[in-house]
Write a protein that binds this ligand. Sequence first.
Ligand SMILES: Cc1cc2nc3c(=O)[nH]c(=O)nc-3n(C[C@H](O)[C@H](O)[C@H](O)COP(=O)(O)O)c2cc1C
Length: 163
Amino acid sequence: MDKVKANMKSCLNPVPKVLVSCRGLNGEENALAVGYCGNCSYDPPMVMVGIVPSRYSYHMIKESGCFVVNLVDSKYQETFIYLGSHSKKNEDKLAIMKVKLEAGKVVNAPILSDCPVNIECTVVDSIITGSHEMFIGKIEYVHGDSKLVSKDGMIDFSRINFL
Ligand SMILES: Cc1cc2nc3c(=O)[nH]c(=O)nc-3n(C[C@H](O)[C@H](O)[C@H](O)COP(=O)(O)O)c2cc1C
């Protein structure tokens, strides 16, 4: 394989494509597309999401100290793209896209009902890495589509048609 020097930005690819949902202290709800996301601890279970401070959601997550990571399947592509290219600064995008929400079981943030897996998290730390602030989320509760979850709670990710 012949190699040449390549661009360094966002060069870890492919990345998960998730929707992160949140609720501000005033009760308003929002969700944005996030590609800077990953597992960061097995025990205790933790994930991290990277949010740019100019996002409307950033202050909501900072204030509430929690968020939900929603895994997205291909049927939700249009909604994913819309939520990742429009800001709550300008419009109520959840209402425009008729996004179905339910209250989180543990954290003060909504889950997206039409996503097959929803991971409720409490922020335990954050690191400003550069363009993004990485929020470390302790996983408090995982909702999985009953068709995908075995008796012992394992999610069959191979049956999700990811974006
Ligand atoms: C594929 C994709 C991945 C994205 N990844 C991130 C990300 O990791 N972090 C981030 O802050 N914004 C990311 N964005 C951009 C936000 O989703 C977008 O700016 C959104 O409109 C912010 O919404 P808000 O201002 O209502 O919070 C991504 C957008 C797309 C389409």
